[in-house]
Design a protein around this ligand. Structure first.
Ligand code: HOZ
Length: 426
């Protein structure tokens, strides 16, 4: 497959933009080679600048629940753009979107819009610290909650892809306020609360991890977290930037029946435009400025274009949407494993409605250490062979794949046929 235009563009980009990209994972550091530059997308497909067509499982890292350039979302954005791109003042659409979020997400009684998932998590932990009057924060190794100082400790996504322990520029004094635990380990969590009673402001986690590959919560893990945080007076924050409106209409908290105190959202809530949100219990959210003293603000917060896209997408979240993506994801993930094993490869998979990952040389993956022990070099060869077959996967062994309603049975079958050829050649 000729990708010479992409290769020329990354050369040019590297002179103007650090690493040639505006977000590290896109640079292909995790798989080697040059990143693909895209020029258009439609449904489940992308077309690159050399005219090559791919079945896409990145879905802009999650938000393209109805596939690319979905007509209704595009129309909603265009109609809003004709009225105004932004005011920096309140609009009625923000209330409509907030009411939809409150209606759908079990734990959210009030919500504040921001412009990215990073802003949402950064604001939620400030709120948790302000509300509890405590400083310590607990996160899980391999979970990624954006790039704010407190949350880069033992993070997933690009930090994991690049194999770096954290980041220069994060003051030690801030990093040491973040304690980390192994994902899915109830005993470690109990022990930590015994060691630091009454001192932990919040526990934050991805209720289905998606930034060290897709890792579902072990049975009882989320409920145990809920219990121990409530008993201690610490807040429980579900980072549902990826899982919100994806694993079910009410997110992972609805799917698993566990209610956090605060929830962070992004991606689908903005219909693919730059958006984040955080919300939760009314008494906690009342601490946010201007009602309360915990400061948080943003010129682009509640931007009308993003609100229009998000409203359109949320208004269309029917049970059929979830039936489709759940079925398509299961067929894909199980089909990949079956074909890989038939070709003699040791693999395992994880999937939860619309999210999936395949791990090489692993029997099961439930935490960061098991992800780290899987064969990422073999994944890189798989990635490139699939790319040459016209299938675009996330360019890292440590990211989840995403399925949309545009992934028809036929497209899933084409993907599995491609994978069968690739597994035979690996
Ligand atoms: N860190 C995000 C994926 N988990 C986004 C990566 C990107 O946009 O390049």
């Amino acid at each position: 497959m000729n990708r010479s235009t992409s290769s020329a563009l990354i050369e040019r980009a590297r002179k103007a933009i650090p690493g040639g990209v505006n977000s590290p994972v896109r640079a292909f550091g995790g798989v080697g080679g040059d990143p693909v530059f895209f020029q258009s997308g439609e449904g489940a497909h992308l077309v690159d600048v050399d005219g090559n067509r791919y079945i896409d499982y990145v879905a802009s890292w999650g938000p393209m629940l109805f596939g690319h350039t979905d007509n209704e979302v595009v129309e909603a954005v265009v109609a809003q753009a004709r009225q105004s791109i932004g005011f920096g003042a309140p609009t009625e659409g923000e209330i409509d979107l907030a009411e939809l979020i409150i209606d759908y997400v079990p734990s959210i009684e009030r919500v504040r819009m921001v412009s990215s998932g990073t802003e949402a998590t950064m604001s939620a932990i400030r709120l948790a610290r302000g509300y509890t009057g405590r400083d310590l924060l607990v996160k899980f190794a391999g979970c990624y909650h954006g790039h704010s100082d407190s949350l880069l400790v033992r993070a997933g996504s690009g930090v994991l892809t690049l194999g770096i322990p954290g980041s220069p520029g994060v003051p030690a004094g801030i990093a040491e306020l973040t304690l980390t635990l192994p994902y899915n380990d109830q005993d470690a969590m109990q022990a930590l609360f015994t060691e630091y009673p009454g001192r932990i402001a919040a526990v934050i986690l991805e209720p289905v991890a998606g930034n060290m590959g897709c890792i579902p919560p072990a049975p009882g893990f989320l409920a145990a977290l809920r219990e121990v945080t409530a008993a201690d007076g610490a807040l429980l924050i579900f980072d549902e930037v990826m899982t919100g409106f994806r694993v079910s209409r009410g997110g992972a908290q609805e799917l698993y029946g566990v209610t956090p105190d605060l929830t962070t959202l992004g991606k689908i809530v903005g219909g693919g435009l730059p958006v984040g949100a955080f919300g939760g219990r009314a008494d906690i959210m009342a601490q946010i400025a201007p009602e309360g003293g915990v400061y948080q603000a943003g010129t682009l917060s509640g931007n009308p274009l993003a609100v229009a896209a998000g409203r359109n997408m949320l208004e269309r979240l029917t049970p059929e949407v979830y039936q489709h993506i759940e079925h398509a994801t299961a067929v894909l993930a199980n089909g990949l494993v079956e074909r890989a094993r038939s070709a003699g490869h040791r693999v395992c998979e994880n999937h939860v409605c619309g999210m999936f990952s395949l791990f090489f040389d692993a029997d099961s993956v439930a935490n960061f250490d098991q992800v780290a022990n899987a064969n990422s070099e073999k994944f890189a060869r798989f990635f490139h062979a699939m790319l040459d077959e016209g299938v675009y996967l996330a360019p890292s062994a440590f990211e989840a794949g995403f399925v949309s309603t545009a992934h028809t049975d036929d497209i899933i079958q084409q993907t599995l046929d491609a994978a069968e050829r690739v597994f035979a050649s690996l």
